[in-house]
Unconditional design. Sequence first.
Length: 255
Amino acid sequence: MFSNLRLGTRLGIGFTVVVALFVATLLVVGVSLSHLTKDVTQINEKTLPYVLLVDEMDVSRSDVQQFLTDVAATHDRAGYSEAEESAKRFLGGVEKFRQMYRRENDALSLKKIEAIEADFNRFFASGKVMAEAYIGSGLDAGNAKMQDFDKESKSLSDELEKFREQQVAEAKSISASTLSAANSTMNEMIWGSIAAALLAAVLGVWIVRGILRQLGGEPAYAAEVMSRIADGDLRVKVQTQAGDSNSMLYAMKVM
C-alpha cells in the first residue's frame, strides 16, 4: 500500500511524522521541566527557609535562657524585656509553621508545632519563676528552680532538633525527587532526539526509494535518457529494473 504512494504524499507523511514526534518530545520535556521548576521553587521558597527558621527558633530559645539566667544572677528585671523579645521571635517562627501546615492541611505536623509552642511557653514560664525565686527567695530556692528550668530547656532543644531533622529529611526528599526529574528530563531529550533522528533516517530512505521507484533508476540516468530523447534520439536503449512496469523510464522505454 505504501509503496505506491505519490512523492508528495510521502514527503507529507515523512514531514508530519517527524514534526509530530518532535512536538511530542517537547511536550513531555515541557511537563518534566514544569515539575522540575515546581520542585526547585519549593526548595527555595519553603523547604530551605523553614530549615533555617528552626535554627532561628533554637537561637531564640537559647537567648531566652540566657536573658532569664542573667536576671536571676543580677536581680535586674530589665532583662525580662529582652527575654520577651526573644520569646516573640520564637513564637513568630511557630506561627509561620502553623500557617504553612494549615494551608497544606497537614494535621500531624500542625500537632507537632503546637506541642513545641506549648513546651516553649512552659519553659518560658519556668524560667521566669526561676528568676523570681533567685530575686525573692534567695540562692537555694533559685537553684532548685534552676534545675527544672535547665531540664525544660534541654527537652525543648531536643524537640527542636528532631523537628529540624524532619525539615531536613523533607528537603532531602525533594532534592532527590528534583535530581531524579532532571535525569528523567535529560533522558527524555536524548531518547527523543535519537528517535527523531532514526525516524527521519528511515523516512528519508523510504522517500528516496519512492523517488527511485517512480523514476525507474538513478535521477542522473533518467535525466540523461530524457535529454537524448528531447534531442531526437529515439533509438536510445532505456535500461529498467527487473519487474518495473510503471516507472518513468519504463514509459520512455515502451514509447
